[in-house]
Ligand binder design. Structure first.
Ligand code: NAG
Ligand code: NAG
Ligand code: NAG
Ligand code: NAG
Ligand code: NAG
Ligand code: NAG
Ligand code: NAG
Ligand code: NAG
Ligand code: NAG
Ligand code: NAG
Ligand code: NAG
Ligand code: NAG
Length: 467
């Protein structure tokens, strides 16, 4: 999920609790759980490969059209309108719903698992009806008539709007959902019959892995009456159902995102085998065992009284961001990092960190990375042959390092064939926009195995062996 929609959703959810935002100044938190512990995780009982649809080709097309339109000159670094792709990195997993197969985005930053319903109406982003093919999902959608296990969840509806102005709404099914052999029954699965979506012809929805309180089920059969403040009913997302139905022995799911090769990133529209999603234990990839730490998932907002905090996302505390010069950036240390507003999000490509941290890191590149604004986007970019400074993130006392290839990513090719690279670590909200939320996205996550225990509300991070 991108930050724009994240922030507004959280605001809405918190507003649903009367007086929440009006709560007085931050109180010292006497009940803060132990900041970290070490534990040994069981091996996963089920694991499933996933693949990545690399959005580079679209980036190039957009960049070239920007050149043609004269938006970007030869001497400016170029960037593309990422809003169109929702900052998604599109790590996909195959999911079977009522016997029908779909490729879904793995998203630790949202909680609904939805697919469009066969025969859905497609709209453009300003709400005018357009042909179904314009939505460009990777399938014609879920057909209830072809499912032996379909049940309509009566008198409720789904309604979700994304920061990109994309939206989906409609009825909700109770269905059998199976991922890599892990099968649950009567899972709540929205099957929107209305969609405004900018698809890529491959993915057909989202697999949401975050907490129940950010699901989007409303106690009305009319989705236009959906309201987080009056008729929102949280439900168990897929993995919570799997735990309740005792389909996993241990309440863990674990994600290892692989880095595509430069070649794959350049040419593949669909790259299979780009990582693993495991259920029941740690994903089976080589790790450096003594780097494993387990930290608590933090409730939001961190400064509110405990009774007013909610578990929404995989939020954790950062001890420090470490890079050459970080000792001169106070914001790179936990004293000013907000104590629990950083989210692990597989649905976002980059790390989005406090602006002074991003600026300090950009300055450490040789030659330094520059902040460039084109077509409404502000991003740090650098020459692709720049020297990438070391970067690590300390969490629970353990420094997790990032591979330079995740910090300087080929992004657009200009009319002269020169490639511009974009930094994997960017300023949250741009340089001047304050925001409560920061994200460690795919750029960071490709370097670790992230194992989530949403029931015990813990996250275990383990550094992967370099690959
Ligand atoms: C998903 O399913 C499609 C079609 O069956 C298959 O081509 C693809 O390789 C599968 N992807 C993964 C990651 O298993
Ligand atoms: C759906 O995926 C499952 C598991 O990968 C596979 O066994 C089945 O043949 C697929 N069904 C269709 C209709 O492609
Ligand atoms: C499912 O069956 C009903 C009743 O026969 C029909 O009205 C509807 O169009 C069918 N839906 C799809 C997606 O085929
Ligand atoms: C949607 O379609 C309407 C009618 O064709 C058009 O006026 C509008 O500009 C379109 N909006 C977008 C975002 O394409
Ligand atoms: C749904 O609403 C209808 C009409 O309001 C009611 O008759 C029916 O019992 C409801 N169904 C359930 C499962 O609540
Ligand atoms: C849903 O709304 C109906 C009234 O329309 C109400 O009776 C019922 O208790 C509500 N259900 C929940 C779970 O809030
Ligand atoms: C979603 O709900 C909002 C109100 O919360 C409403 O304005 C909007 O029309 C609904 N969207 C759809 C597609 O039903
Ligand atoms: C992990 O082990 C390696 C060598 O096996 C050692 O160099 C490193 O300091 C250890 N790290 C920790 C955090 O114990
Ligand atoms: C979910 O939200 C409700 C308020 O809507 C709150 O009472 C509850 O504690 C929250 N649950 C969690 C686990 O955060
Ligand atoms: C801040 O980070 C340091 C190590 O980087 C750690 O020792 C300390 O416990 C952390 N403090 C908080 C409040 O997280
Ligand atoms: C974070 O927590 C530490 C230790 O409790 C505190 O000193 C610091 O002021 C907090 N920082 C913020 C931004 O709340
Ligand atoms: C780095 O690439 C730029 C073009 O992007 C080129 O002008 C420069 O000479 C290159 N520097 C080195 C050290 O190769």
């Amino acid at each position: 999920m991108n930050v724009l929609s994240l922030s507004s959703l959280v605001l809405t959810l918190l507003c649903a609790v009367p007086g929440h935002l009006a709560s007085p100044a931050p109180q010292p938190d006497a009940h803060h759980p132990a900041l970290s512990s070490r534990s040994v995780l069981p091996a996963a009982s089920h694991s499933v490969a996933f693949s990545k649809k690399v959005p580079r080709r679209k980036a190039k097309v957009d960049a070239l059209s920007a050149f043609r339109g004269g938006v970007v000159s030869r001497h400016t670094y170029t960037t593309v309108p990422l809003a169109g792709s929702n900052l998604d990195t599109d790590y996909l997993v195959n999911v079977t719903i009522g016997g029908q197969n779909f490729s879904l985005i793995i998203d630790s930053g949202s909680s609904d698992t939805w697919v469009p319903q066969a025969g859905f109406s497609c709209f453009n982003l300003t709400g005018s009806p357009v042909p179904q093919t314009t939505c460009n999902f990777g399938s014609t959608g879920f057909n209830p008539n072809s499912s032996k296990t379909f049940e309509l969840y009566q008198n409720v509806s789904f309604n979700q709007t994304y920061g990109t102005s994309e939206y989906v709404a409609g009825p909700i099914a109770l269905e059998t959902v199976s991922i890599g052999g892990l099968e649950v029954s009567r899972q709540v699965v929205p099957i929107p019959d209305v969609a405004a979506w900018t698809g890529d012809g491959i993915l057909s929805g989202i697999l949401g892995l975050a907490f129940p309180n950010v699901t989007s089920l409303f106690n009305t059969s009319d989705p236009t009456m959906a309201s987080y403040t009056s008729n929102h009913i949280p439900y168990d997302p897929f993995f919570f159902t799997a735990v309740k139905q005792k389909k996993v022995e241990h309440p863990y799911f674990s994600i290892a995102l692989n880095r595509p090769t430069a070649e794959q990133a350049e040419t593949d529209l669909y790259t299979p085998n780009l990582g693993l999603l495991a259920f029941g234990g740690i994903a089976p990839v080589p790790v450096i065992h003594n780097t494993s730490v387990t930290v608590p998932v933090l409730a939001y907002p961190p400064t509110a009284a405990e009774s007013k905090r909610q578990f929404l996302f995989y939020t954790l505390s950062i001890d420090s961001y470490n890079f050459p010069g970080s000792e001169n950036v106070p914001e790179a240390r936990n004293a000013s990092l907000g104590n629990g507003t950083t989210i692990l999000d597989t649905g976002t490509a980059f790390n989005l960190v406090p602006a002074p941290v991003a600026a300090g890191y950009a300055a450490a590149f040789d030659p330094p990375a520059e902040l460039v604004t084109t077509v409404g986007l502000t991003l740090y970019v650098a020459q692709c042959n720049a020297t990438v400074p070391q970067f690590s993130v300390t969490i629970g006392g353990q420094a997790f390092s990032m591979d330079p290839r995740d910090q300087l990513v080929p992004f657009v090719t200009d009319a002269q064939g020169d490639v511009t690279c974009v930094l994997g670590t960017q300023a949250q909200g741009g340089p001047d926009i304050a925001s409560d939320f920061h994200l460690l996205g795919d750029a960071f996550l490709r370097n670790v195995v992230a194992t989530f225990n949403p029931i015990g509300r813990e996250i275990t991070l383990t550094q992967r062996v370099a690959y």
